[in-house]
Design a protein around this ligand. Sequence first.
Ligand code: ZN
Length: 247
Amino acid sequence: MNAAPADQIRLLDVQSLDVRLTQLAHKRSTLPELAELSALEAELTQQRDLLVAAQTEESDTTREQTKAEQDVDQVRQRAARDQKRLDSGAVTSPKDLESLQRELASLAKRQGDLEDIVLEVMERREAAQARAAELDGRVQAVQAKVDDATARRDAACTEIDAEVETVTKERELTVADIPADLLKLYDRLREKHGGVGAARLYQRRCEGCRLELDLTELNDVRSAAADAVVRCENCSRILVRTPDSGL
Ligand SMILES: [Zn+2]
């Protein structure tokens, strides 16, 4: 393949733009904010789950407390009824009186037990409320961190994307003058060889594979026409000659 030396040198410009694009893509996919966000999202999910559990406990104990208070009320009402009967003097038989008094005593004990239950449930409810409030605070704090990291990630991406756009435009302009067959070869080699398709021959060394050319190879390059597209024998990349090639 033949191509004007100026076009071959232009290929090196394209190569450095392509390297820049690869670096930018790598930078974008390895932003520290991405790892930070993924850790924060996991923490957020965990804290939210704990919050939901605490809120469920809170509503369960609220229901439980209402039920326990109703139980106390029922016993209290029944005791009041019994007391009223006792006070009315309508019950006169000693056996009935004794039975009524026994029931009142039993209701008083029952009421006491149920009030203890109410207190115990209230304590659990208050603990659940406090825990839910604390977790709500934690969720909000983690969410704030997520928002902050998201904003930083977006800003970094916007900056990278703007540079990608600039470099891409510059590449378009640079490749416009390069013959299609040379560009096609370059693109093919670049894809095959880790993103580098054209390398400068610098002080007898291929900058693609970093190997120094041996005497035979050097002589081949020296005798090649200026517009011949020379390839590195070691890495097969396009070897671009410049005044610094050491020929
Ligand atoms: Zn090479």
